[in-house]
Ligand binder design. Structure first.
Ligand SMILES: C[S@@+](CC[C@H](N)C(=O)[O-])C[C@H]1O[C@@H](n2cnc3c(N)ncnc32)[C@H](O)[C@@H]1O
Length: 555
């Protein structure tokens, strides 16, 4: 629940409200205020059909996620759209809450959903040479086991297998429905001979039990899920399977450490598990529990499992036959799918935006960065990923060091607008993002490159200004302290200059003939370079703007 939208019974007016328990309540309140809106708004009954724009403006804000809140209004396009994801969430949120009697309004929202997406349509290039026999067998199994589908499975260029709409699908249509009985969940472990052994192992989680069950069940010729296991890939190509050459290419990126640490952790866990299972060879045959098989199962769960809420309220990690063919997109069709419908005892995948016959139907795996998608899913999104952020925290010690150095060498100089009391200042500081949650991303995603913005995120700039001793409350304070602005931009530029230096490739690799992991690592590094280079360009352009302003002031 991101906020409320309800009809007042006495007047029939529509009420909109941002909930106080929203984790970004203060930031969202500010964003609403910037648009001339309050945290509670009422749209009168008579004006309802004409005040659609106001309704949408409001609805976007409760539906912003952490990254969108952080980059704020600077990332909006000229029509006020923050992102396709946010726009779809806002529109489907409105649609899910406005009552049937407001027919004209419902129609306006539905038609806007199709418009948002109109520009994001992607043709699926189906590779007809691939027979899809295993996939057809799984679909047939699905049909016999109560799966209802409006999707076809095909081999799609650049995606492996994928799901294509077999008819025009509209907002709200259920593309896929899977009965609970066809979902692989922890229940199968509890009913197996493994459970009495596994439950006695300290720290054993239901996820690990299910993983160990899967490793054996995959080879069971009589398994209820045989067509599903047969349809899975022999090898997953995720970051966890990167070879030495691929890893070497990642030198200079934060991803290198992430992958190395993830692999080390998995190896440690495997060694511990094997130690426990070695006394039960009849139930855990050693040939099925090798490191290679364990890594395969981990990659299967990372790239194919879903977290599903069951009617008992429990969140369970599941493997979902047929739904496992849905690929991810930054502009997904299916966003809300994580809850079993207790009336039908099935999991439904409804559309949040239309999908035409023949188009690939995409799911949202989550708002993940490309480094996460590469490590755990083994792909990079086709287009710019707005979640490709460079976090400023423990993973970026050099920048933090500079920030801390700045804090300790510059004498605190507090600039407060006359009209503000000290209490206002404290509240303002507390409401900012905490030091550890600052981030940067490609500055081409911002439309504000003016002085004091530079395409860089405002919360970070404000944090750095404060580290330079400047607490400001209006642009006038910034104009009066242009030397602080200069210091902020120069320290950022110097940090990212170092980062760029580390991202340079030492050797030239023959990309066309390189292995899959080397190619992917090169592509990832190239994207990192593009982001860092845009930050450097913004710093340089900003420094020029500030220099010009200083020169003008001194005339
Ligand atoms: C749940 S499966 C989807 C079906 C998968 N394509 C297959 O052939 O089995 C997830 C895997 O699909 C691939 N995938 C998902 N989304 C993708 C995308 N946008 N681009 C490329 N590959 C994608 C990745 O290999 C990922 O690990």
């Amino acid at each position: 629940m991101v906020g409320a939208l309800y009809i007042m019974s006495e007047t029939g007016d529509l009420c909109l409200e941002l909930f106080q328990n929203d984790p970004f309540y203060q930031e969202k309140k500010k964003l609403l205020n910037c648009k001339g809106l309050g945290v509670k708004e009422t749209l009168s009954q008579e004006l309802l059909n004409t005040s659609f724009e106001k309704l949408l403006q409001f609805a976007r804000i409760p539906n912003l996620d952490k990254v969108e809140v952080y980059f704020g209004d600077d990332a909006c396009n000229s029509e006020g759209i923050y992102s396709v994801r946010n726009e779809i969430s806002a529109l489907s949120w409105i649609l899910s809450l406005i009552p049937a009697q407001l027919e004209a309004l419902r129609e306006a929202v539905t038609s806007r959903i199709s418009e948002v997406v109109g520009s994001e349509k992607e043709e699926a290039r189906v590779d007809d040479r691939y027979g899809c026999e295993k996939e057809s067998r799984l679909l047939e199994w699905g049909q016999n086991n109560g799966v209802k589908s409006k999707l076809q499975i095909a081999q799609i260029d650049g995606y492996g297998r994928g799901a294509v709409a077999s008819q025009d699908l509209r907002f709200g249509d259920v593309a896929l429905e899977i009965p609970i009985s066809s979902i692989i969940s922890e229940e199968y472990v509890y009913n197996s001979d493994m459970y009495p052994i596994l439950e006695k192992i300290d720290g054993m989680t239901s996820e690990t039990m299910l993983l160990l069950w899967t490793m054996r069940e995959r080879h069971n010729q009589d398994s209820k899920f045989k067509p599903y296991f047969d349809s899975l890939q022999e090898h997953f190509r995720t970051g966890l399977s990167f070879g030495v050459d691929g890893i070497m290419v990642l030198h200079g990126t934060l991803l290198l450490d992430e992958i190395m640490q993830a692999k080390e952790l998995l190896r440690e866990r495997y060694d511990e598990l094997i130690h426990h299972l070695s006394n039960h060879r009849d139930i855990f045959p050693p040939e099925l529990y090798t490191w290679e098989h364990y890594l395969w199962a981990c990659e299967l769960y990372y790239s194919n499992s879903m977290q599903i809420k069951f009617p008992d309220g429990k969140l369970k990690t599941c493997l979902i036959p047929v739904a496992g063919f849905l690929n991810h997109s930054i502009y997904p069709h299916i966003v809300k799918y994580g809850k079993v419908d207790s009336e039908t005892s099935s999991l439904k995948f409804p559309l949040s935006r239309p999908c035409k016959k023949g188009e690939q139907c995409y799911l949202s795996y989550g708002n993940y960065s490309s480094s996460h998608l590469l490590t755990f899913y083994g792909f990079l999104p086709k287009r710019d990923n707005p979640y490709d952020i460079i976090p400023l925290g423990s993973s970026l010690p050099s920048l933090l060091l500079i920030i801390l150095e700045i804090t300790s060498i510059v004498l605190p100089k507090v600039v407060v607008s006359e009209s503000l009391s000290l209490a206002d200042v404290d509240e303002d500081i507390e409401n900012e993002f905490s030091r550890t949650s600052h981030m940067l991303r490609g500055t081409w995603l911002s439309r504000n490159h003016n002085i004091f913005h530079y395409g860089l995120p405002t919360p970070l700039l404000n944090y750095l200004r404060r580290a330079h001793g400047l607490v400001h409350h209006s642009e006038i304070d910034l104009w009066k302290n242009l030397e602080v602005e200069m210091g902020v931009l120069e320290s950022l530029r110097s940090t990212f200059d170092d980062m760029m230096e580390n991202l340079k490739d030492v050797d030239t690799i023959d990309r066309a003939n390189a292995d899959w992991d080397v190619k992917m690592a090169m592509e990832f590094k190239e994207r990192q370079r593009k982001i860092v280079s845009s930050i450097l360009d913004s710093c340089s352009a900003g420094i020029k703007l500030v220099q010009e302003a200083i020169a003008k002031q001194s005339v």
